[in-house]
Each structure stands twice: as structure tokens, then as C-alpha cells.
Write a protein that binds this ligand. Structure first.
Ligand code: ADP
Ligand code: NA
Length: 319
């Protein structure tokens, strides 16, 4: 089973990324042929700052490694180190119906948030399809926000196979029910572009400020509250043990849940969960040459896989 997923190096990785995708990928290291990559070509649709993109890429690599990804047990690389993906993007884009791409929400959402409406931003789903199909991935663990893009990849794989003969594996999404959408401080989807995140590697006072800023309602402590509509409750559930969550659930429905105390408890749980990774991240960042070497080696492994598919594609279409 080939499992693939990528992450943008466009900002500080947050716990939505962690629970929606990274944790799942790291847990599959032993059981799957795993492909993990940093999608710098995608990030270029929103980051036009040389240093930010380059530093962000190294930082995203350090994040993954610090959280436990073992580069010897997967293929871990930077998207742009395999230029074959751009050629496949072109071939797929000649098959992609305008209507299919126009229906994708994320372009409109991003433009509404002030990102420049470029052709690259519009055709982002085609590049993402090429990312997935180039490696013949069977499964793609993503958050729910990426479901539509995955459908584009499936459509394009089927269309190519119908038109030119069996070439691509049609990928399946793997969306975990519990972590499909991690809410942000304001209850919307946690996202770098909404400024409502809890970054995985934030610490100290800064982190405390974020956690205390989780929006809650004004119900008095002693009154019953609805856990299903509370983003603090949803966030606690990601970190606390099932037994503790049962107690907290009781406090919500029977009265007695004090948001301030629960936030402090959450803060401690976050600090405990990532303490080890924080130490490791600092070590990785202290040696950027080693990070680059790990990524270069991964890039070579990825490229060996990519050329096999691209040769087949060229042959199928007559290039
Ligand atoms: P962002 O939306 O913050 O820009 P990315 O687009 O880089 O994050 O997403 C990287 C991965 O993390 C994708 O698989 C995406 O589905 C997942 N992800 C992002 N935000 C969330 C969230 N709030 N809940 C669950 N998964 C998420
Ligand atoms: Na996203």
C-alpha cells in the first residue's frame, strides 16, 4: 500500500496539520510504503519571499523529523526537487475540464482572503493531482478541507486511464472522522490563513496567550453547557485521556466546567505532548546541512519513482 501526503512550508505548522495529517502519516511508517513531501511549488502560489520560502521548507522538514518521521522508513523530500511533477501537471491540465477546476472552493476562498488570483493558484488542484498520480499513491491521508482536491485527482486519473489506457492508480482519500476538521481559536477550521492557529512548536507565554484566547461562550461556571458546540472541548479531546474526557463531559452537562481552568489544563497537555519534539526540532535546526542532506537523499529516491511513471505517460500520449 502506497500512502502519500504533503504539507505546505508556508507558515508555522499547527495542531490542525498535526492531527489532520502528520500524526497519521508518522503512524504509517512501518505498515506502508510512505511518501511524505514538502510542497514548496504549492507554497509559491502564496509566498513570494525568497527567504521565507527557503527557511519555511527547512523548518517544515525539522518539524516532521522532530515529531518522529524516520527518513529511512519513508521517502521524504521537497516537491521541487522532482521537476517531473511539472511535466505531468501540464499533461494532466490538457485533460482537466475547466468546469471541474472552476468548481473547486479553495481558489475562491483563498482569493477572498487576499491571495493574488494567479493562474498557478487556480490550477493548484492539477499540480496536486500530479503530486499524487506521479507516485501511484493508493491512499492520501488529508483533512476534510482537501477532499474536493482529491476528487479532482481521482477524476483526472480515470480520465487519463480511459483515454490512453491503464496508467494511474486511482487514489482513495483517508480522512479520519475524529480529526477531520480541527477547530481554531475562533471555532472556524484551524488554518494558517485564518490566523486562528495553535502552532505545534510555540512555547511559553506566547502559547499561553493563544490557548487562553480560545473563544468560549459566557455561560456561568455552575450552569450546564453543550460540549458538542464548544471548540475548547473539541481541542481538549485531542489531548486528554478518554477517562479525563468523560469527567470533563460530566462537568459540561451537569455544570461546573470552568473554561479558564480547562484552558490551563489544555496548555499543560500541549506542553507535555510536544516537549520531546521541541528539543529534537532545535537539534535538527542547528544542523541545516544535515537537514539538506536528508532531503536531497529523499529527493533522489522520489525521482527514481517519478521517472518510471513519467516515461509511461510520455509513451502513452506520444511525447
Ligand atoms: P493550512 O490550511 O493551515 O494552510 P495546509 O493546507 O498546509 O494547512 O494543510 C496541510 C495538511 O493539514 C492537509 O492534509 C490538511 O488537510 C491538513 N489540515 C490543515 N488544517 C486542518 C484542520 N484544521 N483540521 C484537520 N486537518 C487540517
Ligand atoms: Na488547507
Amino acid at each position: 500500500m502506497k500512502v502519500l501526503s504533503g504539507i505546505q512550508p508556508s507558515g508555522k505548522l499547527h495542531i490542525g496539520n498535526y492531527f489532520g495529517m502528520m500524526q497519521e502519516m508518522i503512524s504509517r511508517m512501518e505498515s506502508s510504503e510512505l511518501y511524505v513531501f514538502i510542497v514548496d511549488l504549492h507554497a509559491l502560489t502564496s509566498v513570494h519571499d525568497r527567504d521565507r520560502l527557503a527557511t519555511g521548507t527547512l523548518e517544515a522538514a525539522a518539524d516532521f523529523l522532530a515529531l518522529g518521521l524516520d527518513p529511512d522508513k519513508c521517502i521524504f523530500w521537497v516537491q521541487s526537487d522532482v521537476p517531473e511533477v511539472c511535466e505531468l501537471t501540464w499533461v494532466l491540465s490538457t485533460l482537466a475540464p475547466m468546469g471541474l477546476i472552476e468548481r473547486c472552493h479553495s481558489y475562491k476562498d483563498k482569493v477572498a482572503k487576499g491571495i493574488m488570483p494567479s493562474h498557478g493558484l487556480f490550477s493548484y488542484p492539477v499540480l496536486m493531482a500530479a503530486d499524487i498520480l506521479l507516485y501511484q499513491a493508493d491512499r492520501v491521508p488529508v483533512g476534510k478541507d482537501q477532499k474536493q482536491h482529491l476528487e479532482v485527482a481521482r477524476d483526472l486519473a480515470q480520465k487519463f486511464n480511459n483515454e490512453f489506457g491503464e496508467t494511474f492508480t486511482v487514489p482513495e482519500p483517508a480522512i479520519s472522522e475524529t480529526t477531520a476538521i480541527v477547530p481554531g481559536l475562533d471555532g472556524q477550521k484551524m488554518s494558517k490563513s485564518y490566523g486562528n492557529t495553535i502552532p505545534i512548536f510555540m512555547e511559553g507565554k506566547e502559547l499561553k496567550k493563544r490557548v487562553m484566547a480560545i473563544e468560549t461562550d459566557a455561560t456561568p461556571v455552575e450552569d450546564p453547557k453543550d460540549p458538542a458546540n464548544c471548540n475548547l472541548f473539541k481541542l481538549m479531546k485531542l489531548f486528554a485521556t478518554p477517562a479525563r474526557m468523560e469527567e470533563i463531559h460530566g462537568l459540561y452537562v451537569n455544570g461546573g466546567a470552568a473554561y479558564g481552568y480547562l484552558k490551563l489544563e489544555l496548555l499543560e497537555l500541549i506542553n507535555d505532548k510536544f516537549a520531546d519534539a521541541r528539543k529534537k526540532k532545535a537539534e535538527f535546526l542547528a544542523d541545516p546541512a544535515e537537514l539538506r542532506a536528508i532531503l536531497a537523499k529523499g529527493g533522489q529516491k522520489a525521482r527514481e519513482k517519478a521517472v518510471v511513471t513519467l516515461d509511461l505517460v510520455r509513451d502513452r500520449v506520444g511525447l
